[in-house]
Design a protein around this ligand. Structure first.
Ligand code: FMN
Length: 353
């Protein structure tokens, strides 16, 4: 498994090994100001031996928030708070990028500021419920963005990318799957717009491509990655032809000289997401979903990608990289403490002796 431990450079992002920590929402931010805390400093510091850390999803605006206690990167106070996290990771010799996540319609107004709105390409409610401090609640019915509002949302992402770099992140990753805002624009089930942001394939790709271009313009394309999972039905997302949609999107995105594509394989969709991604990003591909270390090493040897991202194993094993290297046993995470407040299940998983 030696190939998991070699360094990698994609664009301006340095990986000290090929075992990357996948983005994971943990709902520990301060509820009112969307600020990260001392707990985040410690949580990410503990995991800095990852080849690269991709942060939890971070909202670029108040409207972009949907879940409980997720952090933001849209004001100076948040930038200062994140700076403490990135400094801690860098002090340990690690790298960290910020995953920018605007949830669009996947939101409850109970989880955001009173003045914030739930917006989406079209006023189509997702089926399903979302956790709030008052228990599980139905998802909001979104307001369709007006044509003239769309550049402002693109600007939110641009500023978020700039803020992330100002906060010391090594790069940014656009969250482009899981039924959130970019995926809502891409997909036929959620995008019924009649203007140049809906209808044709080209039009449905316009918003995420404009966002990627804006982020690249703000911080340099070599610091921007993005995450996809064609066919992912999460959050009631439906597209009539996800392979066609993503091929068009990836073909255009490949022109932007971005640092990397991060793809989730999902065999249940019937699509080979890694094969689709390799057609456009074969030399800068992070692959994810249920890999063991052995399988990850084999996948790299097969040329399926340049690095593998691991989510759940990093929750209970802050020293996951060392445990793989030394064949130490892995601890199991406790699903009950994934999203609770406080340190339990967040920073109290021990390192191997
Ligand atoms: C607690 C939890 C929170 C997650 N939050 C996010 C997120 O904020 N952004 C994202 O892109 N994926 C998120 N995911 C998905 C993970 O990044 C990853 O794709 C998933 O856990 C599968 O990888 P694994 O099999 O290595 O765990 C989350 C997963 C978990 C378990």
């Amino acid at each position: 498994m030696d190939n998991l431990f070699t360094p990698l450079q994609l664009g301006d992002i340095s990986f000290k090994n090929r075992i990357v920590m996948a983005p994971m929402t943990r709902s520990r931010a301060m509820a009112e100001d969307d600020l990260v805390t001392d707990l985040h400093v410690e949580y990410y510091r503990q995991r800095a031996s990852a080849g690269l850390i991709i942060s939890e999803g971070v909202q670029p605006s108040k409207n972009g928030k949907g879940y409980c206690r997720t952090p933001g990167i849209y004001n100076a106070e948040q930038v200062a708070a994140w700076r403490r996290v990135t400094d801690a990771v860098h002090a340990e010799g690690g790298s960290i990028v910020c995953q920018v996540m605007h949830v669009g319609r996947v939101a409850s107004h109970l989880n955001k500021e009173v003045s914030a709105e739930t917006v989406a390409p079209s006023a189509i409610k997702a089926e399903g419920e979302i956790f709030t401090e008052q228990g599980m609640k139905p998802l909001d019915t979104p307001r369709a963005l007006l044509r003239e509002e769309i550049p402002r949302v693109v600007d939110e992402y641009r500023r978020a990318a700039q803020n992330a770099i100002d906060a010391g992140f090594d790069g940014v990753e656009l969250h482009c799957t899981s039924g959130y805002l970019p995926a809502q624009f891409l997909s036929t089930g959620t995008n019924h717009r009649q203007d140049e942001y809906g209808g044709s394939l080209e039009n449905r790709c316009r918003f995420p491509l404009e966002v990627l271009a804006a982020m690249a313009e703000a911080v340099g394309a070599s610091r921007v990655g993005f995450r996809i999972c064609p066919g992912h039905p999460f959050n009631d997302l439906h597209d009539d032809n996800p392979e066609q949609t993503f091929r068009a999107f990836l073909a255009a995105a490949a022109q932007l000289n971005l640092a990397y594509l991060h793809v989730i394989r999902m065999p249940a969709t019937g699509l080979d997401n890694i094969a689709i991604s390799k057609d456009y990003f074969a030399d800068r591909l992070l692959i994810n979903e249920s890999y063991t270390a052995e399988e990850a090493s084999q996948a790299l040897a097969n040329g399926d990608g340049q690095a593998v991202t691991f989510g759940r194993p990093f929750i209970a094993n802050p020293d996951f990289v060392r445990r793989i290297k030394e064949s130490l046993p892995l601890a199991q995470m406790n699903p009950k403490t994934l999203y609770v407040e406080g340190s339990e299940g967040f920073i109290d998983y021990p390192f191997a002796d």
